[in-house]
Design a protein around this ligand. Structure first.
Ligand SMILES: [Mg+2]
Length: 276
């Protein structure tokens, strides 16, 4: 990198243009409480400087996230939502408009892939019934979804599935805590973040990505977001990846942890604080 490139990078890294957060366990707690007002205060303060987009990048469906944002009385809604780790939605006036081109291609590819891997479903079905207390469920966007009875059991299921997937290189198991769904390897939180950022003309140097669980790992890459962070409640794998990427592991949990990381990377000046 030339000196000029380094200067450009330093300049870009100084300006936040896109905040990408996971939802559950990252800005939203498990008890259904409203999201910390401090998070929205930061967003408002940064938007006084210029446009800062906010993406919620979640495993939930759009409908489920919509319901949750209403229930938690979110005072500001995200500009974009990545739902089910693969669909992209533009949000206007609290309504979601699916990015037709992206979502349609995603749907077609998944339907072809899921058809091609039918023998795998039978293997998984048998394994779950015979060796676990887990439940097979219908999952939005995945012909087979699994809910393990514990994190330990989810580890065992993961150990069973991983070698099987070598036979279907385009298929990945997406795990979030005790939940599993299946997906095409090209569609994940990282590739969706990249697609939205490209459309907005935002560079990775201007993006901060925060997540807490295994399904967030694909977006915890410098090629998608230079500023990586996780709240203190994140699982060890996420903490390790954040550290490896030169990111910040917060001490505080959930949204307070996001704010802690936000202030670490992009501190506000004194007269910009408490801006909500
Ligand atoms: Mg999460």
């Amino acid at each position: 990198m030339t000196t000029l490139d380094k200067k450009k990078t330093a300049l870009l890294s100084d300006s936040l243009r896109l905040m990408c957060t996971d939802f559950d366990g990252t800005i939203a707690d498990g008890e259904g409480r409203p999201i910390s007002t401090e998070f929205f205060e930061r967003l408002v303060a940064w938007r006084r400087r210029g446009k800062v987009y906010w993406i919620i990048n979640t495993g939930r469906t759009w409908d489920s996230l919509h319901e949750e944002l209403l229930r938690r009385k979110a005072p500001i809604w995200p500009d974009w939502v990545v739902a089910m780790e693969r669909e992209v939605w533009l949000v206007r006036d609290r309504r979601g408009v699916g990015w037709f081109e992206w979502n349609r291609k995603c749907e077609v590819l998944h339907s072809q892939l899921f058809d091609a891997v039918k023998p795998l479903w039978k293997l998984i079905d048998d394994y779950i019934a015979r060796h676990t207390d887990a439940n097979l469920v219908e999952d939005a966007g995945s012909p087979v979804g699994i809910i393990a009875s514990s994190e330990e059991e989810a580890d065992e299921i993961s150990a069973y599935i991983t070698p099987l997937l070598q036979n279907w290189p385009n298929l990945v198991a997406v795990r979030n805590s005790i939940y599993f769904r299946f997906s095409h390897k090209n569609y994940h939180k990282g590739s969706c973040l990249e697609a939205v950022a490209n459309g907005l003309g935002v560079l990775p140097q201007q993006i901060m990505a925060v997540g807490d669980h295994l399904n967030d790992l694909p977006m915890m890459e410098k090629k998608y977001a230079w500023h990586l962070a996780c709240p203190g409640n994140a699982v060890d794998e996420v903490k390790a990846k954040v550290r490896a990427g030169g990111g910040y592991v917060a001490t505080a949990t959930i949204a307070e942890g996001v704010v802690e990381a936000w202030d670490k990377f992009f501190p506000l000046k004194k007269d910009e604080g408490n801006a909500a």
